[in-house]
Design a binder for this molecule. Sequence first.
Ligand SMILES: NC(=O)c1ccc[n+]([C@@H]2O[C@H](COP(=O)([O-])OP(=O)(O)OC[C@H]3O[C@@H](n4cnc5c(N)ncnc54)[C@H](O)[C@@H]3O)[C@@H](O)[C@H]2O)c1
Ligand SMILES: [Zn+2]
Length: 333
Amino acid sequence: MLIADSQVSRLYGPRVAEELEAAGHQVDLLEFPAGEWNKSRDQWTSLTDQMLAAAVGRDAVVLGLGGGVSGDLAGFVAATYMRGLPVVQIPTTLLAMLDSSVGGKTGVDTEAGKNLVGAFHHPALVVIDPEVLGTLPRLQRLAGLAEGIKTAAILDLDLWNWIEERAGELVDGDLDVQSELIRRTVAHKADVVAGDPAEAGRRAILNFGHTVGHAIETLEGYTVLHGEAVAAGMRVEARLGEGLGVTEVGTARRIADLLAACGLDREWEMERRHDEIASAMELDKKSRAARPHCVLLARIGEVAIGPDGYTTPLDDDVLEGRLADALRPASEP
Ligand SMILES: NC(=O)c1ccc[n+]([C@@H]2O[C@H](COP(=O)([O-])OP(=O)(O)OC[C@H]3O[C@@H](n4cnc5c(N)ncnc54)[C@H](O)[C@@H]3O)[C@@H](O)[C@H]2O)c1
Ligand SMILES: [Zn+2]
C-alpha cells in the first residue's frame, strides 16, 4: 500500500509503483489531498476504509511516500490497521529526511493541537533519495533546515559550525551539502531514538524549540510550516534559557543569526500574543499537570540537564514574566 499526498503522488507515485512492480510486488497507490490539515482522523478513516474495501490483509506493507504529513499519516495507518503492518518510510521533504521519517512517531492532528492522537511505530526501512529535493519549493527546503539546526544545537557543536560555514550552499540547495547534512543529522537522530525509542527520557531533547513551536502552529491553525514554527521556537526558548540563567549568554544571538542566514526569521508578532501562546503551551502534550515543559540548552551543542531531567517545567511566573521577555523580536537586543 503506497500512501502519498496528491502532490507527491503526481510527481513520484507512478515511478515508485512501477519500480516496486518490476521487483515483483503488487502495489496499490492510495492518494490523499496534500496539506497539514489533512493529517487528520478523517483521512485516517478514509485510507483505512479503502484498505478494508480492497481486502488488504496482514501480509501487506505500508509505504509512506512524501513529507512529514504523508509519513505521519501512513505510519499511523500502518500502526493501527489490523493491529499493525510494517511501514517503510520514503521521505521526500528535507524535514522528513532529516527528522520525521526516522524515530517511529506517527499520528494525526486534532482541533486541540498537533499530533495529539498517534502511536509509536518504527519503520522497517527508511529510503532517502536527496535528488527529489530538486522539486521541493524553496521555503519548504529552508523550513527543513530548522530541524538540522536544532539537532546541531542540542548535540553537536562541530555540526553547528559546519552548518554556519555552509549556510549559503544549504540555502541554495546544493545536493552534496544537503546530503551530508542529512547523513550527519540522521545519525544523531537514530542514535538518540535507539537509546530511548518511546521517549521515556533523553529522547525529549529532540523537542528543543518545539514547546513554543507547537504553540505557534496551534495558534496559526496549521498554515505555518512546522520548521518555521520550530525556528521561532528555538529563538524564544534560547532566550528563555538565558533569562533563567541556564543557557550560556550569547547562545540566543547565535541561534537567531544562523536562522536568519537560512531565511528562517519570521516573527508572527509573538510578543503581542503572549497570553495566547502561554495557554497553547499549557495544552502541549509535553506538559504534565498542565505545566508546560521546555528543553533548554546549556550552550550550542549541549542540552541543560536540571533537577527534572532533560526538560524544565515552566511555572506560572516564568510564563508571565520571562516568556513575555523572550517573545520580543530577535532584532531587539
Ligand atoms: N514524526 C515525527 O517525528 C515528526 C517530526 C517532525 C515533523 N513531523 C511532522 O511533519 C509534518 C511536516 O512535514 P513536511 O514539512 O514534510 O510537510 P508536508 O508533508 O506537508 O510536505 C510539504 C509540501 O511539500 C510537498 N512535497 C513533498 N515532497 C516534495 C518534493 N520532493 N517535491 C515537491 N513537493 C513536495 C507536499 O506535497 C506538501 O505540499 C508536520 O505534520 C509535523 O508535525 C513529524
Ligand atoms: Zn519537529
